[in-house]
Design a binder for this molecule. Structure first.
Ligand code: NI
Length: 140
């Protein structure tokens, strides 16, 4: 065991422990500890995203019909206005009409939420999904 790892005991209802073990098996975690660590990470990341000042990272994934009047121009404008929070963007031509764009973001949670809202409100966006993760520093 690594020297910076601490052990502690947890008391759980038997049914909850059974549910945890089923979760560990279903998701193929190597150990209960690893599964619990990931669950804690998920909770900490969700909490960070609730705090406007926290530096977070993620991806905004959108699908749209590029024929929609002014949509591509508006999307470009929004991304230039938020360039300090955008690391990269990838554009994929799904079919003759539809484009998928994945915009990788990092910055204060408030800025990422603002950017996502601006994109979501563009007329013609068919789907807009924000994938939330950590900027990395707090995850051992
Ligand atoms: Ni395209």
């Amino acid at each position: 065991m690594a020297s910076n790892v601490a052990r502690f005991s947890v008391s759980l209802e038997k049914d909850l422990l059974d549910a945890l073990d089923a979760f560990v098996a279903r998701h193929e975690y190597p150990t209960r500890s690893e599964a619990i660590k990931r669950l804690i990470h998920g909770a900490l990341i969700a909490d960070d995203w609730q705090d406007d000042d926290k530096i977070v990272a993620g991806a905004v994934i959108i699908v749209y019909d590029h024929h929609t009047h002014d949509l591509v121009h508006r999307l470009m404008h929004i991304q230039h206005d938020h360039s300090d929070a955008i690391i990269s963007s990838q554009h994929v031509h799904l079919d003759h009409d539809h484009c998928l764009e994945m915009i990788t973001v990092k910055g204060e949670a408030r800025k990422i939420h603002r950017l996502t809202g601006a994109i979501r409100s563009v007329k013609g966006i068919k789907h807009c999904s924000l994938v939330t993760t950590s900027a990395g520093e707090m995850l051992p």
